[in-house]
Design a protein around this ligand. Structure first.
Ligand code: KIV
Length: 276
């Protein structure tokens, strides 16, 4: 697989089959995803929860994310690496938005940024793009608006809400975004938006009609305990496997099974020294 660019992502709009994207937070997750040729890696602010153990995505800082973006870039040679703009890194002003998007690219090595919200952030999206940085939009369920939406709730179930999401998606496209995440909306609304837009839609909890799907790495691999959301599917229980392996390791140490001869060296010199 060649290095993926935003043009390649845009071409997925015209493919019959949807594409798979995933979040990544470190060197290992990025290199595993690269091995199976996943074209887009998002260093999501979901790291707040699955990496840093926070209750929501709200508290994570630019610094906490930049370290992860760097690690992901080191692990990925092929995928497009998108960095997620954390809460209050772009809402406050156009200047903050451009400066922080620039930090992700310059200090983290990201190739694009994603930000949550619609029409109200058109100016931020345009300014970031004017600075030479591709932007991915994100509408529907907006985890950074957790308090405003009284928790993580499916959005767009009423006509009014649905119309607002459609118009937000249209204005994100008009602002120049190369792609857009549709999160937590009814599948038929996601279908309408996907048909209306020229840029690829990437769904999470938005049904099967999007141009691509994105999932949180820890959710699909069974690494986040029983906190996995309804929209995700576990392809294994790595968390359980890790526990089993750690139990085995602990037992080996306690029973003097590890380290055994093949894991250490004995120097003749020291033996002789000790004998004198
Ligand atoms: O932070 C994240 O992981 C995301 C995805 C859910 C799209 O924004």
């Amino acid at each position: 697989m060649q290095k993926i660019t935003i043009r390649d992502i845009q071409k997925f709009k015209f493919r019959k089959t949807p594409f798979a994207a995933v979040t990544a937070y470190d060197y290992g997750s990025a290199s595993y995803a690269d091995t199976v040729e996943i074209p887009l890696l998002l260093v999501g602010d979901s790291a707040a929860m699955v990496v840093y153990g926070m209750d929501t995505t709200i508290p994570i800082s630019m610094e906490e994310l930049i370290f992860l973006v760097r690690a992901v870039r080191r692990g990925s040679n092929k995928a497009l690496v998108v960095a997620d703009m954390p809460f209050m890194s772009y809402q406050t002003s156009i200047e903050d938005a451009v400066r922080n998007a620039g930090r992700f690219v310059k200090e983290g090595g990201a190739e694009a940024v994603k930000l949550e919200g619609g029409t109200v952030y058109s100016a931020q999206i345009k300014a970031i793009i004017d600075a030479g940085i591709p932007v991915m939009g994100h509408v529907g369920l907006l985890p950074q608006s957790y308090h405003l939406s009284s928790g993580y709730r499916i959005q767009g179930k009423t006509k009014l809400e649905a119309e607002k999401i459609v118009s937000d998606a249209m204005s994100i496209q008009a602002s120049g975004a190369f792609s857009i995440v549709l999160e937590g909306i009814p599948a038929n609304l996601a279908k309408i938006i996907t048909q209306k837009l020229d840029i690829p839609t990437v769904g999470i909890g938005a049904g099967p009609y999007c141009d691509g799907q994105i999932q949180v790495y820890h959710d699909i691999l069974g690494l986040y305990g029983d906190k996995k959301p309804r929209h995700s599917k576990s392809y294994g229980e790595l968390g359980q496997q890790i526990q089993n392996m750690l139990t085995e390791y602990k037992k080996d140490v306690e029973e003097n099974i590890f380290p055994d001869k093949k894991h250490y060296t004995t120097s003749q010199v020291f033996t002789e020294v000790n004998h004198k």
